[in-house]
Design a protein around this ligand. Structure first.
Ligand code: BGC
Length: 359
């Protein structure tokens, strides 16, 4: 195992709270919380390297946390049934404090993708590591399925916590992937026809006339999070022409030659740098497409971005898309997050898979 793999495992384990929650970044003013989205991937990476107790502790934390909000969810579902208006406080947050509380900062909270992603992740954990844990998880899984069944068509913030009023294709893919995983594990938990509805809605509305998946309904650009439409969420097969066209468009528009992957063309968060976790994601897709040399090149680039102590940042800023926007973010929140546990997680997931090819 490479030393960067070892240091990634150490960094993740050192930043898991006793509750089981993983902090998104211990060193960035805004990321002292645990996100379902980041956390699921971090837990998945711990399973990939055999640290199953860490992953199980995270899933147990999510389960306890979601059950704390059971009444809140039931109240919301009641309002929706009675066709009463709802507001953002009726919805679930995207992140919790490490103790499962709501936290006091105002945040762009209404994001559904993390809930779909968690469903996908907890099923993988139970399927591959510990089927007995499923009995413990079932009440929370059931609640999340009811929540997503009621809300999946509602516009909500994307995985970058932007564009509240849009319907995002990568979010729909996460919902599809999570619900399909639950259905394949315990079919009775998912309403009949739900995953098919999400899939056909996405395919009808989420593909451009040029044949690639789009950022959100009405915006024909690509976003690197579209990679998860196929990998891992399986809304289409990785060889599907619409997915391959999406990969090509990502390569054309948001992969820097000799460098890493941007989130999307108009990104200006910290000037819009190259993201390590997305570069790993494209490497993962290459690997599954048997484009091993390209996968290796991207992973080497990611390794070169690690600090001498092994810490990996969220993004690097040497070639930002909108340099004038870098400093204002630094003044607001400090330097970009480093270490970002989700970067370490994606590095571990892809590198361990790549390691199996190197033997
Ligand atoms: C990103 C989210 C992420 C969060 C914590 C935000 O800036 O846009 O995707 O979940 O940071 O890492």
């Amino acid at each position: 195992m490479k030393s960067l793999e070892q240091s990634s495992i150490q960094i993740i384990k050192a930043n898991q709270a006793a509750s089981g929650a993983y902090i998104a970044s211990p060193a960035f003013s805004q990321y002292g919380y645990s996100w379902l989205r980041d956390g699921m991937w971090i837990a998945h990476s711990m399973d990939a390297v055999g640290e199953h107790a860490s992953a199980a502790a995270f899933h147990r934390w999510v389960e306890r946390t979601i059950l704390r909000y059971e009444q809140h969810i039931n109240a919301l579902l009641g309002k929706l049934d009675r066709k009463e208006p709802i507001s953002d406080v009726d919805l679930l947050p995207t992140r919790f404090t490490l103790d499962g509380d709501l936290g006091s900062d105002v945040w762009t909270d209404f994001q559904l993708d993390g809930y779909g992603a968690w469903l996908w992740g907890v099923v993988q954990h139970c399927r591959t590591v510990d089927a007995a844990l499923w009995d413990e998880m079932r009440p929370a899984v059931r609640l999340v399925v009811r929540y997503l069944d009621a809300l999946w068509m509602m516009p909500n913030y994307d995985c970058w916590e932007e564009f509240r009023d849009e319907i995002h294709i990568s979010t729909l893919a996460a919902l599809y992937g999570g619900l399909a995983a639950v259905q394949s594990f315990e079919a009775a938990l998912v309403p009949d026809g739900l995953i098919e509805k999400i899939r056909s809605y996405t395919l009808e509305n989420g593909v451009s006339p040029n044949g690639h998946f789009i950022k959100f309904l009405g915006n024909a650009n690509v976003d690197a999070s579209l990679l998860w439409v196929a990998l891992p969420f399986g809304l289409v097969d990785i060889h599907d022409p619409r997915f391959l066209r999406t990969v090509e468009k990502i390569e054309q528009d948001i992969l820097r030659l000799g460098g890493g992957v941007y989130r999307y063309c108009a990104d200006n968060y910290f000037g819009g740098g190259e993201w390590l976790l997305l570069t790993c994601w494209l490497a993962w897709v290459y690997l599954r497409l048997n484009r091993l040399d390209e996968a290796r090149r991207l992973m080497r680039w990611v390794e070169e971005q690690a600090r001498p102590n092994g810490e990996m940042p969220e993004q690097v800023s040497a070639h930002t898309l909108d340099p004038a926007q870098y400093q204002p973010w630094v003044e607001r929140w400090g330097n970009p997050a480093c270490p970002l546990l989700w970067s370490h997680a994606m590095y571990l997931i892809v590198q361990t898979e790549l390691d199996t090819f190197e033997k």
